[in-house]
Ligand binder design. Structure first.
Ligand code: ADP
Ligand code: MG
Length: 185
């Protein structure tokens, strides 16, 4: 089964943002056919939304790197189900959100189908994506722009504010499988 390296962005600006990001990270560690191989710091980021639909609460954002044998659509389906499980309001998807997942890159694949565009079409325009992405993998090459994530960040015009936090993701819900040691009889 082929494995791909994928990068998933997460963000929350409604409810207990740190708690929600910790849960999202814990759940990503439980994805089938997948292994988390990196996570950025959390960043507190100004909402980027000219129409003001996201509200004024700053986001917690971060990026996870996964090795996965899931297909991109399988991964998206699970991530959307996880968004719902974390309280995402499907009726008002454009509003403030408890959790938003975006598939940023999926190996070097280019996907353009109903409901899924990869690389994410706004990845190279967003400071709140590129700063955490560069923190964990500055050398990955954008499959259509043919530039590294570091080069994209250096060329970025987005002046919205992004503050790296010192909280460590994953401390709250340790992700070692609880049943890794067989119970003694
Ligand atoms: P946004 O993340 O841009 O604020 P949403 O999370 O509401 O918006 O996503 C809107 C739609 O974008 C989803 O229904 C999903 O099917 C679609 N979509 C397209 N490409 C992607 C991608 N790479 N990652 C996640 N969702 C995507
Ligand atoms: Mg999204």
């Amino acid at each position: 089964m082929t494995q791909e390296t994928t990068f998933v962005g997460f963000g929350s600006n409604l409810g207990d943002r740190q708690e929600l990001c910790d849960r999202a990270f814990a759940l990503m560690n439980l994805l089938p056919l997948s292994r988390v191989t990196g996570v950025s710091s959390y960043y507190e980021t100004e909402p980027v939304d000219p129409e003001g639909r996201l509200g004024t609460t700053w986001f917690y954002n971060g990026v996870v790197r996964l090795e996965t044998s899931l297909s991109p659509t399988q991964l998206l389906d699970i991530l959307q189900e996880t968004e719902r499980g974390l309280g995402r309001d499907d009726e008002n998807r454009q509003g403030p959100r408890t959790m938003d997942f975006d598939i940023l890159l999926f190996g070097q694949r280019q996907i353009d189908q109903a409901g899924l565009t990869v690389p994410h079409p706004r990845l190279h325009l967003r400071r709140f994506v590129l700063e955490p992405l560069v923190e964990i993998d500055s050398a990955s090459i954008h499959p259509t722009l043919h530039r590294s994530m570091k080069e994209l960040l250096d060329a970025l015009k987005d002046t919205s504010r992004v503050k790296k936090l010192s909280i460590k993701p994953g401390t709250k819900y340790p992700t070692q499988p609880a049943c890794s040691v067989p119970p003694s009889s």
